[in-house]
Write a protein that binds this ligand. Structure first.
Ligand code: NAD
Ligand code: LMR
Length: 329
């Protein structure tokens, strides 16, 4: 039998999300029990010792699928021949900040890493950006990684999707598996739109099952949009285990064919679908055939949904304008 092997570069390996993510990848949760994993960890020079501590713990788990672990503070070295790059490493926001306040702080990281990916990663490398503001950071990486197909750049909105499902479960007490098709449009920010109009519960429209459209239009949307801030407020630190879980979910969803009635949330490069500016990294309802993905193209959008989606697009256009001069250098 042919042995499968995947090389995964993870940046910010000594950080909170890194610690919640690496052990699950090494245990086989991301790529399945038939695939060996090589982990290539990137950290800042000052955090390399901490990353080496994480490596010791990974070794001490004696994971059968974990073939090798490399650590580097050079993006070119860490990304060499990578099949996947999970770009986590960056500064998280603190209480009172919006994610876009991190643009100036984090954008340089993604310029440098986009260039390095282009130079040393496999041409087929898939790049999932977690570091905030993740849509615009993925946009930056896509623009700078000239040798990699723009369709291989993604930003994480699965955490928002999971949060939306959790809110509906709490409101309705239905089992999570009864809910289908609840996806996030737009930016991973306070303008994102969790599309309850196109979702179902046990096959019925979700709005009929919830029977409280005002709650859906106001409290529900706001709760999902503000969940990251609520966690920072409660923990003093941003979400980590749930973010790592969403990274695992996303890669699994891309690698496995999506069930016929399903779709999932992923920020991908816009091809102009639904009138969204081409080239933006925008969260759409997406499906995968296990090898390639597509935007679900035929969802109806009422006036309310269209307005919300446009607001999020506007915010992403503003973020793009804020980093434009950096890309011209
Ligand atoms: P953290 O501060 O605990 O860890 C970040 C790590 O990244 C640190 O170890 C730091 O040394 C490292 N780092 C910084 N710059 C780097 C670089 N240029 N190269 C390699 N490593 C670098 O932060 P965290 O809690 O792990 O969060 C990481 C990022 O993920 C933040 O930007 C946060 O806002 C974001 N985040 C996104 C989502 C999402 O859903 N998209 C969810 C949670 C957190
Ligand atoms: C989240 O949604 O939890 C992350 O993006 C972290 C944050 O800043 O909210």
């Amino acid at each position: 039998m042919k042995e499968n092997r995947v090389k995964v570069a993870v940046t910010g390996a000594a950080g909170q999300i890194g610690y919640a993510l690496l052990f699950r990848i090494a245990a086989g949760e991301m790529f399945g029990p038939g695939t060996k994993v090589i982990l290539s960890l990137l950290e800042l020079p000052q955090a390399i010792d901490a990353a080496k501590g994480v490596v010791m713990e990974l070794q001490d788990c004696a994971f059968p699928l974990l073939e090798n672990i490399e650590v580097s503070d050079s993006p070119e070295v860490a990304f060499a021949d990578a099949d996947w790059a999970l770009l986590v490493g960056s500064v998280p926001r603190k209480k009172g900040m919006e994610r876009k306040d991190l643009i100036k702080i984090n954008s340089q990281i993604f310029i440098e890493q986009g260039k390095a990916l282009s130079q040393t990663a496999r041409k087929t490398c898939k790049v999932l950006v977690v570091g905030n503001p993740c849509n615009t950071n993925a946009f930056i990486a896509k623009e700078t990684a000239r040798n990699i197909d723009p369709r291989n750049f993604f930003a994480l909105t699965m955490l928002d999707q999971n949060r939306a499902y959790a809110q509906i479960v709490q409101k309705t007490k239905v089992p999570l598996t009864a809910i289908e098709g609840l996806v996030i449009w737009g930016n991973h920010s306070a303008t994102q739109f969790p599309d309850f109009y196109n979702a179902t519960i046990k096959g019925r429209p979700l709005i009929d099952a919830v029977a409280d459209e005002e709650w859906l239009q106001k409290d529900f949307i706001q709760k999902v949009q503000q969940r990251g801030a609520a966690i920072i407020h409660a923990r003093g630190l941003s979400s980590a285990a749930s973010a790592a879980n969403a990274v695992i979910n996303t890669v699994q969803k891309l690698l496995n064919p999506t069930a016929s009635a399903e779709r999932f949330s992923l920020a991908v490069v816009s091809d102009g679908s639904y009138g969204i500016e081409k080239g933006l990294i925008f969260s759409f309802p997406v499906r995968s055939n296990g090898k390639d993905w597509e935007i679900v193209s035929d969802l109806p959008l009422n006036e309310f949904s269209q307005k919300k989606i446009k607001e999020s697009e506007q915010e992403l256009l503003q973020e793009r304008a804020a980093i434009k001069s950096l890309l011209e250098k």
